[in-house]
Design a protein around this ligand. Sequence first.
Ligand code: OGA
Ligand code: MN
Length: 330
Amino acid sequence: MGGRSDFDVRFAELTLAASGQFDYSIVDVFSGNPDLATMNQLNIEPLHNDFGARVTGTAFSGDMSDTDVALIRDAIDTYSLLCFPDQDMTDEKQLAFTRLLGEPEAEHVTFGSTGKVTYFGTVGNVQDDGSKRGNAHASTRHQTGNQLWHSDSSFREIPSFVSILHAYEVPGEGGATAFASMRAGYARLAGDMRETIEPLHVIHDYVFSRSQVARVDPNHAASLPPVMHRLVRENPANGLKNYYVGSHARSIPGWSGIDSRRLLDDLLKRATQPQDIYAHHWQVGDTVIWDNRCMLHRGTDYDADRWRRRMRQTRVVGHEKGVIHGSATR
Ligand code: OGA
Ligand code: MN
């Protein structure tokens, strides 16, 4: 696979950089793309041995240079998680940038329950009118579902490519978002385990996962039937594989419930050991992009009675289509 050797070189450099052995720079990272590398001021510092980078030297907007957008796309394929500090963000800029990466995804809670298309999800406890919701509010409880490891929109027929989340207000304590890589989890699997999971499919089901923590509106539930995806996915840009699990992953078609749960829980656990996790402690002005095709994330607790947390999220529609379970043609 052509891209793979480039990736291995970058990955070795990433590991060295994480151990502080040399100063990481865009020229090192994008060695496969020297023209792009020299034409811009992006700086990249790795955040974890397996994934993640902090990126400075660019400002989000709808008229970002083609070069920066190309570099960001390349960095998504390589690092899976990108953190951009000190962004002077607005909803307009965020949506315009989102469109530069692809088609914005309709926010599914609003669309499912009301039929209206909006592109923003508000994460946290602050409403559009500025008022704050406490721990007891249904919306705060509903969001505790995000504290289970998941990949955004894995329950959709076409799951998300990336999520983009910007922080406007952050708690003084708690409320970090944790990330872990199913690509790294796959890379650590023994060969026989890779062979076992290669041909399998997995059903992802929003109602299955969310009803464990909160009531799901019936219209919303009806809009999201269970969907079947391949358990092993591959990034076409670099040939790197990952498995595709998380809280929405319900079962393996053809397997018993108990065997399904054993496998899915085992794969999740293998990706989310303490040393596999990067926890992002938000600062106001952070914009974070993650690759939902291969990453897991989860929110962590904060006291919504005490603190305000206001973040705005957009997502980009992915390229790989699953099959609605029950109407499958294969
Ligand atoms: C999300 C999410 C968790 C959090 O934005 O998709 O799951 O940190 N967030 O609240
Ligand atoms: Mn999420």
